[in-house]
Design a protein around this ligand. Structure first.
Ligand SMILES: CC(=O)[C@@H](O)[C@H](O)COP(=O)(O)O
Length: 253
């Protein structure tokens, strides 16, 4: 995918929180061959320079995020600090509307996106699958959208595949990355089979029994789903149809 003028070849973006150890996180990133990893400023603050060194060792590009922000002001301040700390204008914008559901506050996300895009940030907004909100985010200056699959940390897979399909059709030229709620490789493959450009996942890898193996499994699933989409998936039919042609069969008796 081409996003903000940068080519990203690996469509699996990884989060960096909740791993059993920094070493396992590093191995997971390397196994998945993730080119982009998202990091919260809070996590960087807790780990300090050592954590930043570890991220640098992974060779992946850091996409700082505003996880945990609940207001426009908080998200903007966090974004500005993240730009200083990580020396990048890429930003995953999260403005959470409710602490229990972790649903994005789409109104505040649009407001924050307007300010941050005007300040030169390359904003990757975490949003719902609402088409009009998507349009407003693009008008604000975003060049990519990150609709949710399911609420953060639930590992439920795609709660509303029809809405995501509609979103894909509505924004044909816009990079779309499903963010949050992915629980299993099959969910990630489903996203890619629908023609999405990428998947961002954290919990499914970090909390897996073997995070490194799961990172590999998800990378494989994303690749398979993408290959299938490009190969042209046969649409399901209501009626049976013989896979072996009947034309030319010998007439017996
Ligand atoms: C780390 C991060 O950015 C998360 O907020 C993201 O939305 C991933 O969600 P899951 O943990 O559900 O994959």
């Amino acid at each position: 995918m081409q996003v903000y003028g940068t080519k990203v070849k690996t469509p699996l973006f990884l989060g960096t929180a909740r791993y059993p150890s920094p070493a396992i996180l590093l191995q997971a990133i390397q196994t998945a061959q993730a080119e982009v990893i998202t990091v919260s400023l809070r996590r960087e603050g807790a780990g300090g320079g050592a954590f930043r060194d570890l991220l640098a060792q992974s060779g992946a590009r850091v996409l700082p995020n505003t996880a945990g922000c609940h207001s426009v002001a908080e998200a903007i301040t966090t974004a500005r600090m993240a730009r200083e700390v990580f020396q990048t204008d890429w930003l995953k914008l999260e403005v959470i509307g409710n602490a229990d559901s972790l649903q994005p506050d789409v109104f505040q996300t649009v407001q924050a996106a307007k300010v941050l895009c005007a300040e030169g940030f390359k904003v990757f907004p975490y949003t719902t699958d609402d088409l009009i909100v998507g349009e407003r985010l693009l008008e604000a200056g975003c060049q990519v959208l990150m609709p949710w699959g399911a609420p953060i940390g639930t590992c439920q897979g795609l709660r509303n595949p029809d809405a995501l399909r509609a979103m894909r059709a509505h924004f044909p030229g816009v990079p779309l990355i499903v963010d949050a709620g992915i629980g299993a490789p099959s969910h990630a493959a489903q996203v890619m089979e629908m023609g999405f450009d990428g998947v961002l996942t954290n919990t499914a890898v970090a909390l897996a029994g073997d995070p490194v193996a799961m990172a590999g499994a998800l990378a494989g699933a994303v690749g398979a789903g993408q290959a299938a989409y490009h190969a042209g998936i046969v649409a399901p039919r209501d009626m049976a149809e013989p896979s072996t042609p009947v034309f030319g069969l010998a007439v017996l008796g």
